[in-house]
Design a protein around this ligand. Structure first.
Ligand code: ZN
Length: 72
């Protein structure tokens, strides 16, 4: 029996700040539609879906973000 290659874990992360600290929320004005949004706890960014990446990918993403804000 073949073991499948090591499976990488994917996490949702904030496309704005790279945080993986998020929660599902609904927007009161839209509650009739029962639309759930993912909201970043750290920066407040919200979207219907957050992108997903491996821990390694997210770390690289954050590092790039930091670099970008350093240049400002
Ligand atoms: Zn964020």
């Amino acid at each position: 029996m073949l073991m499948s290659a090591q499976k990488e874990k994917f996490f949702k992360f904030c496309p704005d700040c790279g945080s993986s600290n998020w929660k599902l929320t609904d927007i009161p004005a839209l509650i009739a539609y029962r639309e759930l949004y993912v909201r970043c706890v750290d920066c407040g960014f919200q979207a219907k879906e957050f992108p997903e990446g491996t821990a390694e990918f997210i770390e690289g993403f954050r590092r790039q973000k930091n670099k970008a804000s350093d240049l400002r």
